[in-house]
Ligand binder design. Structure first.
Ligand code: NAD
Length: 329
């Protein structure tokens, strides 16, 4: 947690005794908060039975995230511990990052900046394309996808096509888009952007087999989860010119890319890692028309503030016997 967040929380929760721990919560580090009545964690802390066994007084576990798969909900329930989360904080934030990636590719921003940094003001090779009048394909019209569709339609004057397992006709009318089958979206979209959760069904939703359905020269964007798109298909699409540009905030082996040194010294991890995908990702990083951000789409000051504010509200509500944002299972 960043220092400004700690100061902000200290001010807002001054009636409570607070302990900030920078380490992840594990059976080894949990002793630092052993007398806590409530704990608030991020996704890297696994709140399982082993941790809960060492927190005899805890009555509230809050997670500063939407997802709660790092918390053993059943074990909490058995101990009568309430679990709360932050249901929404970054819908607009991720949608704006999606357009940052789209515009960076369509207006060749990265190459343009590199050119001027080299001291050159020539614009040869920097010609871009307008978004107005182009077709945007939005895969998944949930909280983030609907904002992307709205920005594309109202902000940029794009024709917006969408695909979702559960189409919402009222939303389509409100945000100005049309639901179409997935293959039609791939065939007609100039920009294709993914906003589905990672499930069995969405794993490798775009892959080497359906790559030939994609409109030649499309821009591909993924800010959802890396495994929604087969990495080999992205590389093949880039090499064969199916994609004119690719913008990714998530990649399949991003955890490993972050920790390669650790991987080299930890052979046990090696077994679980898909080395082919890892190699393909290294090749992708080097492509001039591919830009990758480090899963930072959610990372804006406002989104972080919304996380902290909701966390504070969850804690205040719990200790006033008015529970909010309770995770149910
Ligand atoms: P959401 O649950 O609000 O929306 C997901 C949409 O996908 C829903 O409309 C759902 O019906 C649809 N869907 C589910 N399975 C589908 C399938 N098989 N085929 C077609 N549509 C399907 O989720 P959201 O908040 O909009 O988030 C979307 C994704 O963005 C999630 O994967 C989330 O993890 C990711 N995300 C990334 C970041 C980041 O920093 N990059 C931040 C937040 C969320």
């Amino acid at each position: 947690m960043e220092p400004w967040q700690k100061d902000y929380i200290r001010k807002k929760l001054r009636k409570h005794k607070l302990v900030f721990v920078d380490d992840k919560l594990t059976p080894e580090t949990v002793s630092k908060v052993k007398n806590a009545d409530a704990i608030s964690v991020f996704i890297y802390s696994k709140v399982d039975r082993a941790v809960l066994d060492k927190l005899p007084k805890v009555r509230l576990v809050n997670t500063m995230s939407t997802g709660f798969d790092h918390i053993d909900i059943k074990a909490c329930k058995a101990r009568k511990i309430t679990v709360t989360n932050v249901p929404a904080y970054g819908d607009i934030t991720v949608a704006e990052h999606t357009f940052a990636l789209i515009l960076a590719l369509t207006r060749r921003i990265v190459q343009a900046v590199e050119t001027t940094r080299r001291g050159s003001f020539e614009f040869e090779g920097l010609m871009g394309t307008d978004l107005k009048g182009k077709t945007l394909g939005v895969v998944g019209t949930g909280k983030i996808g609907r904002n992307v569709a709205h920005i594309g339609s109202c902000g940029f004057g794009m024709k917006v096509l969408a695909y979702d397992l559960f189409p919402n006709p009222d939303l389509a009318k409100e945000c100005g888009f049309t639901y179409v089958p997935f293959n039609r979206l791939l065939a007609e979209s100039d920009v294709i952007t993914f906003h589905v959760p990672l499930t069995k069904e969405t794993t490798h939703m775009l892959n080497r087999r359906n790559l030939n359905k994609v409109k030649k020269g499309a821009v591909l964007i993924n800010t959802s989860r890396g495994a929604v798109i087969e990495t080999g298909a992205i590389l093949e699409g880039v090499v064969k010119g199916v994609f004119s540009g690719v913008g990714l905030d998530v990649i399949e082996e991003e955890g490993v890319m972050k920790e390669e040194l650790e991987l080299l010294s930890s052979p046990s991890k090696e077994k679980k890692i898909d080395l082919k995908t890892l190699l393909e990702e290294h090749l992708l990083v080097e492509q001039p028309n591919v830009i990758i951000t480090p899963h930072s789409a959610f990372y804006s000051k406002e989104a972080l503030l919304r996380i902290v504010d909701t966390t504070i509200e969850n804690i205040e509500a719990f200790f006033s016997n008015k529970q909010i944002n309770v995770v149910k299972c």
